[in-house]
Design a protein around this ligand. Structure first.
Ligand code: AMP
Length: 444
């Protein structure tokens, strides 16, 4: 078949990285011709067997950057048949969407290799996953919570892991998975190859990397905390009460074919999708409260181009991989500045250009300043006649929460002094952190 000739003729740059013919053939089928910078740097290092600490955001081609070499290493070190429930490679990732996308990549790049892969994530019935784990598996892609559930039920055994990948490690920590990750790490053999990918490097990520990685090589493809150069960013200052109207106008006026719109809350995402529908713009919302089936359906429609607008919260949109997505809109700015970088990383991927539009009201100016500080540049303010400028006063759009009634003390804590109440507080905060971690686990 010409595919083999094509792969050697056109893929010399991939071949130079040391990739085997079976992988080059799979790459030829995808149509890629040149490795992205993270692939050029990471592939030879991973093939060499060392640990890796990589700074790369979604959209840089990082998934192929770790998947291609790990497939090769696993197929070269294939000591025997894969065993049920006992994978040799574990890829941990924060969300189900990302897990599903990585699983797809593993299948795509590994299609000419005799390796078996499986994906497990929460929010869906565990039983089909239990059944699937009865078949031999080489590569397991998992979200942390569901993985631990399966380990707890003796369905998965992690004692044969040769290669571990922590993907989007920063996001896993943001989502409160640190305790789950630590539990998983304890179940792995000491001797293994570990790869850690993160878009940003907080002190916590460095700490995790230090505890996990053995003399890692470091690679970085975007300077820390900078937004993709290929994304044109603009801000429209607009009253909160007129954001929806402006968004409809922008979508219609520019005839944007595909827009991913970010809101802060699940409720806000639903409401906006509904309102856009009333304006004659087909929109669907995805967030943690939607069923997995509804999320998958909305995402599939968006990916195949039959849905114009997808409204999403940060967690639900995490790692959504849509090629050549031209427009991202921040309907509301995120509270965490790093999320802005993640959001606009949906566009301007792997060389394509994109536009990120932020609708900012007077109460979000502080958040905007934080984002500009993080990315190290000012985002141009662009006026739109009849919309921009403010009539709302500072603080008028902030929803005030009712103050909570004071907590009742437990009777046995009533007589405790300062020292004891300190202990109680730390106990509470532990319980709170566990509860919030559980909540997040459910959300993913
Ligand atoms: P990722 O950063 O892994 O989410 O990948 C972002 C997008 O880049 C995906 O849609 C990949 O299919 C695409 N991609 C990965 N590697 C290449 C490559 N070498 N050339 C062109 N596109 C690529």
């Amino acid at each position: 078949m010409p595919a083999i000739l094509l792969s050697t003729a056109d893929l010399s740059k991939f071949a130079e990285l040391g990739l085997a013919p079976a992988l080059l053939d799979a790459i030829a089928d995808t149509g890629y011709t040149t490795p992205t910078p993270i692939q050029s740097k990471a592939i030879p290092l991973v093939l060499g067997g060392g640990d890796l600490l990589a700074a790369a955001q979604t959209g840089t081609g990082k998934t192929a950057g770790f998947t291609l070499p790990l497939l090769q290493r696993l197929s070269e070190n294939n000591k025997g048949r894969a065993q049920p429930g006992k994978p040799r490679c574990l890829i941990l990732t924060p969300t189900r969407e990302l897990a599903a996308q990585i699983a797809e990549s593993v299948k795509t790049y590994g299609k000419h290799l005799p390796l078996k892969s499986l994906v497990v994530f929460g929010g869906v019935n565990i039983n089909p996953q239990r059944m699937a784990m009865r078949k031999p598996v080489d590569i397991l892609i998992a979200t942390p919570g569901r993985l631990l559930d399966l380990v707890g039920q003796n369905i998965v055994n992690l004692s044969s892991i040769d290669i571990l990948v922590l993907d989007e490690a920063d996001r896993m920590l943001d989502m409160g998975f640190i305790h789950d990750i630590k539990k998983v790490l304890k179940l792995l053999p000491k001797q293994k190859q570990s790869l850690l990918f993160s878009a940003t490097f907080s002190d916590d990520i460095r700490k995790l990397a230090h505890s996990l990685l053995n003399q890692p090589q470091e690679v970085s493809v975007t300077p820390r905390n900078t937004a993709s150069e290929l994304v044109e960013q603009v801000v429209h200052m607009v009253d909160k009460s007129r954001k929806r109207e402006l968004l409809s106008k922008l979508i219609q006026q520019h005839a944007w074919p595909q827009v991913l719109v970010f809101t802060k809350t699940k409720h806000g995402a639903n409401r906006l999708a509904e309102q856009l529908g009333k304006d004659g713009i087909e929109a669907l919302a995805i967030h943690g409260n939607k069923s997995q089936a509804a999320r998958t359906k909305a995402l599939a429609k968006f990916k195949d181009g039959s849905l114009q607008v997808l409204v999403a919260t940060d967690i639900a949109a995490r790692g959504i991989d849509i090629e050549d997505l031209p427009n991202v809109v921040n309907y509301e700015l995120p509270h965490v500045s790093e999320d802005y970088v993640h959001r606009i990383g949906r566009t301007g991927r792997a060389g394509a250009t994109g536009q990120a539009v932020s609708l900012v009201n007077v109460d979000e100016v502080k958040l905007l300043k934080g984002i500009e500080k993080l990315i190290g540049k000012n985002i141009p303010r662009v006026d739109i006649e009849g919309f921009t400028g403010h009539t709302e006063a500072l603080g008028s759009t902030v929803v005030e929460r009712k103050p909570r009634p004071p907590r009742k003390r437990k009777p046995n804590g009533a007589q405790s002094g300062n020292r004891q109440s300190g202990n109680a507080a730390s106990g509470n905060s532990k319980a709170q952190s566990k509860r919030s971690s559980n909540r997040r686990r459910k959300a993913s």
